[in-house]
Design a binder for this molecule. Structure first.
Ligand SMILES: [Zn+2]
Length: 250
């Protein structure tokens, strides 16, 4: 066993018991434990960690913890330039893709509404979600911290907030997605791309009043569902605008 001092910063403290938040505390870890194992043993999923300093030096997850080490653990920085510091993982794709766990169906629909390719498998077991995340390079979204501690997972986000719209705001902010949004370009039901279609193409498929009063139609290239700018669209547009405005940091 070795005893080291730990200090977690910013929102990483939410994963700790109250008496360990925002202070340096000592903890023992297994002989030869890596810093990743030590951090997860304290309750913080590695996916939430962006930078680790041991005795002031930037290290990766495989660094061993030794007696008397001082370990500082940081989440993703929002504005601080940390380029000289070792990042723990390669950046996600410029336009991130997602896989959401079984409890985040509404969030998955909202992300699709913003144009992000988001898989949602409501019966997929944890192992399958991790596999999809790895092989398809998708960011795993979950509120299950044990799932984020999965050894093989590299990119995940612990989703904060109980209401789907708050969860959406959190994900957009955390991954800085504002400029990557392409609202209403993807089907909320099945995740396939939408294509613009002519009014003449929807005759008989939409109610006559819609056919008469609407000019813009899109059809899903997957499930063939037809979208138009009705009251549902107005509600969604409000949500899109509030999310994008609420995330403004420029
Ligand atoms: Zn569809």
């Amino acid at each position: 066993m070795s005893t080291a001092s730990f200090r977690f910063y910013e929102e990483l403290n939410d994963f700790l018991p109250v008496h360990r938040r925002k202070i340096a505390f000592t903890s023992t870890c297994a002989e030869n434990a890596t810093v990743k194992q030590a951090i997860e043993a304290l309750g913080v999923p590695h996916t939430e960690v962006e930078v680790i300093l041991v005795n002031g030096e930037s290290v990766d997850f495989t660094c061993r913890v030794h007696e008397g080490d001082r370990v500082s653990v940081y989440p993703m920085f929002e504005s601080l330039d940390v380029r000289p510091i070792l990042r723990l993982r390669e950046a996600v794709l410029r336009r991130p893709r997602f896989v959401a766990d079984a409890h985040l169906g509404r969030l998955a629909r909202y992300l699709r509404m913003l144009g992000f390719d988001t898989l949602y498998e409501n019966a997929a077991p944890d192992r399958q979600l991790v596999g999809i995340s790895r092989t398809e390079r998708r960011v795993l979204l979950t509120r299950d911290r044990n799932l984020l501690m999965h050894r093989e997972l590299t990119h995940g986000v612990f989703v904060r907030g109980d209401r789907p719209r708050d969860q959406l705001r959190h994900v957009v902010e955390r991954l800085d997605l504002r400029s990557d949004c392409l609202p209403f370009s993807r089907c909320m039901n099945c995740n396939a791309a939408l294509e613009e279609i002519d009014r003449s193409a929807v005759i008989g498929e939409v109610p006559p009043t819609v056919e008469r009063t609407q000019r813009h139609f899109r059809r899903c290239t997957g499930c063939r569902h037809v979208y138009w700018r009705g009251t549902h669209y107005e509600r969604m547009l409000k949500l899109v605008n509030s999310v994008l405005e609420g995330c403004g940091r420029s």
